[in-house]
Design a protein around this ligand. Sequence first.
Ligand code: F6R
Length: 605
Amino acid sequence: MCGIIGIASNKPVSINIINSLKKLEYRGYDSAGLATLDNDIINEKKCSGRVEELEKILFKTPSNGNVGIGHVRWATHGIPNVVNAHPHSSEQVSVVHNGIIENSDELKNELESKGIKFKSQTDTEVVTLLITESLKENKPLNSVFKTLKKLKGSFALGIIFKKFPNIIIGARRGSPLAVGYSKKENYIGSDSYALKSMTNKISYLDDGELCVLTKDEVSFFDKNLKKVNKKILTMSENDVSAEKGEYKHFMFKEIVEQPDTVNNCISEYVDSLKKNINILNFPIEPQKINKIVLIGCGTAYNSCLTAKYWFEELTSIDIEIDIASEFRYRKLKFNPNNLYIFVSQSGETADTAAALDLCKKNNVKTCSIVNVIESTIARNSDWVLPIHAGIEIGVASTKAFLGQLTVLYILCLKLAFVRKDIDEITYIKNISNLKKIPDAIKKCLKNENEVQLMAKEFISAKGSMFLGRGSSFPIALEGALKLKELSYLHAEGYPAGEMKHGPLALIEEGLPVIVIAPKDKYFEKTISNMQEVIARGGKILFITDNKKESLNENIRFGFRVPHIDNLLSPILLTLPLQMLAYHVALLKNCDVDKPRNLAKSVTVE
Ligand code: F6R
C-alpha cells in the first residue's frame, strides 16, 4: 500500500532513492519522503503529493549521505500531509513503514504516559519511538527485534540509525520486502521493480524475518533472531521491464498488451502438438473435488464471478464465489475435498492473503492464480497457476483481469475433461476457440475511435449503469468498477433482469446505460430489459457480438466485438469497457495511472 526503499552504498544515495520512489509510486502517491545519514545527522526531507515535489525540494537543497531510506505513502492513519509523511525520525533513528500497526493506540498511550511526545497522527511513529527507547540499552538489531515483539499487525519496515551510520535494518511481517545486491551497494525495497535499475540479483524476506545491510554485505535473521541463509534469484529482463515507451499511460499500454497476455497463458498451459492442457499435480485428485471456492477482491473477484458461469456450464463441480474480505470472517464449514482458489494480481492483497491463511489453518487445499509469482499468496498456497501478464503498473487492473480469466478458463476446461464432464471433441474445440482470442482482441483495439465517441456521452453525466445477464453480469460489474475508479463518476453494474426490482428508479432522461448483450441464451431477455430503460429516457450504449442486431434510433452508440463462441464472449466484451473508462478519464482530466484515493497493492485490511 505504501512503498519503501533503502540503499547502503559507497556513494551518495538520494538520487537513486528518488528514482526508486518513482517506480514505487503505483503503491501510494499522497506524500513522499526520504532520510539520509549525512555527517552524523539524520537528514529528513518530506512533502505532501507526488515524488516530483520531493525531487524539487532535493534539487534546491541536496541531501548527501551514502545510506538512506525513502517512502511513498497511501494514508491509513492521519491525513496525507508533510507531518504524516514518512520517514518518521527521532534524534536517533528514522523509519519507513508499509502496512498497519494495529495496536498503535495502545503503544502510543504507554509511551505518552512516560512523557514521550508524538509529532504525527501515524501508527508508524510508535515504531520510531519504541526503537529509540530500546536503543538506550540495546544495539540496533536487538532494539528492532524487541520492538517487533510489541507490534501487532502486518508491516514491512526500513530503519536507519544516527550512531550506526553504515547499516539499514529491514523487517517483514505480512507486507513484502525484497533485498537487492550490487557491487559496493545493497538495497531493500517493497518489490523487485523498485530495484530494477540498480540490480537484477534479488532475495525475498520470509514472514517474520529481518535483514541487516551494509554496502558490502547482507545478513538475514529469522523470527527468533537466528541467522539464516537466503537464495539469490536472478531476475530476467521480462520480470522487471516496465517502461511506458510510446504510450502516454501505463494503463493504455497494458490494455494494448492483452493479446500477448492471453498468448502467454496459452503457450504456458496449452500443448499445441498434443492438443492438451498442461495442468498437472492437482492438490486434490480431480475426480474427488467436491466443490471449488473462488476468492478475490475487486477486479480479481469479478474474474472469479465470470469463471463461475464457465464451471457451471462445463463441469459437474459445485462452485462458490466469495469476496476475500467477507470470506475471512465467515463461519465456514471447511471440507477437505473442496479446492479453495485465490485470485490476485499482486499476490499481496491483505484480505485475500488472510482468507488463504484461514484455509491453511483449516487444513484444506489451496491454489492461487497470481501475476507475481514470488508474492506472499503464491508462496503460501499449495499450488500456483501464474497468469504471466508481466508487471502491471496502472492502478486499474486490465491485462491481469484478462490473464485471470484465461487461466480460469483453461483450468475449467482441464477439470471438465479429466472428470469426463466434456468429451474430447468439445475439449479440443474449446481450446482452439481460445487460441482465436488474441487476434480478436487486436480487432477490438483497432476500433478505439468508436469508444472515444461513446466516452463523450459521459462528460456531463451524473452517473451511469452497466447491465448484463449471465456471464455478462460480472463484465458489467467490471466495466462499472473501471469507470468509477478512473473517472470518479458513479457507476452501477447490475444484472439486467434485476432492474425492475429497484434500480429502474434511477433511470432518467439522458442517463448513460451500457447494455452488454452478446448473442447468447439471454439476448432477447436483455433486449427487453433494455427497452424498459429506453422507455424511461436512458441513453443506451450497446455492446454486443451479435452481427445481426442492427442499431436503431433508440441506441445512441454501439460497439461490436468479434464473435468466437458464447463461453468466451466475456473476455472480448471487456475490451470496449476498459477503453471506455480510459477515455472518459482522459476527457475528465483524471490521472489515469494513479486515480485518487487508490493504490495498486492493497496490503492493509
Ligand atoms: C481495480 C483493481 C482492484 C484490484 C483489487 C485486488 O481495477 O485493480 O480492484 O483488483 O485491489 O487486487 P489484487 O488482484 O492484487 O489482489
